[in-house]
Design a protein around this ligand. Structure first.
Ligand SMILES: CC(C)(COP(=O)(O)OP(=O)(O)OC[C@H]1O[C@@H](n2cnc3c(N)ncnc32)[C@H](O)[C@@H]1OP(=O)(O)O)[C@@H](O)C(=O)NCCC(=O)NCCS
Length: 218
């Protein structure tokens, strides 16, 4: 997507119909995670905010829905083959390429997950999702953004580093699968002039490199 004025990817809030695709991305990105996240529950959680990255114009056709409506007599007629059920075309499904989840804990935004589909990595989507998460945290008047990362996850740490996250400490044996330590990374105050200037610079660089990406947070 280099050199384009408009990015072919956009961010929007996660919806219930995205759950299957987000679940697949989670399983691919975090194969040792158990139990898997209940996104149905997360979408009802007042403290959670989830964004998905969508490839614009990429649709998967869906089979039409067969609806048997009306009372018992109508249902019986359909069952006996004497009447036809209503067939409504289903809306095509958008292609999800990544997601980010944030919990609002007091005045801090805590990134609980960020992942990009493996085949879509190194195209700026992790950056777009993190930028979206930070902008959403600013909109929600959070003071700072914080997260944990595996000490071995240099890829993710490089991304967080770029967005001004600093190492604040270590949680020993934080991950239950291999007892790996987590590094805690936090931004400076989101309202500080220094952080706003960094974010403006990164936003500009992102748009120059990948094009302008639509972002809808409500
Ligand atoms: C971490 C992750 C979200 C990055 O997504 P991505 O779309 O590939 O990243 P981007 O293309 O937006 O890269 C943004 C920055 O991340 C860093 N980065 C990403 N991939 C990298 C790699 N393979 N090697 C080194 N740095 C890398 C770089 O700083 C990069 O900036 P640059 O392009 O200016 O060098 C993705 O690798 C992923 O889903 N990993 C599995 C899940 C995971 O580990 N999540 C984080 C849990 S803490």
């Amino acid at each position: 997507m280099k050199g384009q004025a408009i990015s072919p990817y956009r961010l929007r809030r996660m919806e219930p119909e995205d759950i299957d695709q987000v679940g697949l991305i989670e399983r691919e990105a975090f194969p040792t995670l158990w139990p898997h996240t209940s996104y149905r529950r997360e979408l009802k959680n007042q403290l959670a905010m989830y964004l998905v990255c969508v490839q614009t114009g990429e649709y998967e056709p869906q089979p039409p829905k067969v609806v048997v409506s009306g009372g018992l007599v109508q249902r019986l007629l359909v069952w006996l083959g004497l009447s036809k059920p209503t067939v409504t075309p289903s809306a095509p499904r958008e292609r999800i390429t990544g997601f980010i989840g944030i919990w609002k804990l007091a005045d801090e935004a805590h990134v609980v997950a960020v992942a990009v589909q493996e085949s879509e990595r190194r195209k700026g989507l992790g950056e777009l999702l993190l930028l979206g998460g930070i902008e959403m945290a600013i909109e929600a008047r959070m003071h700072a953004v914080t997260l944990e990362a595996r000490v071995s996850n240099w890829t993710a740490q490089a991304l967080y580093d770029k967005y001004g996250f600093r190492h604040m400490g270590v949680r020993k044996a934080y991950y239950s699968d291999n007892r790996e330590d987590a590094t805690i990374m936090t931004t400076s105050a989101l309202t500080s002039e220094e952080y706003r200037a960094l974010l403006d610079r990164l936003r500009e660089q992102f748009e120059e490199r990948y094009g302008e990406a639509e972002r809808v947070y409500s």
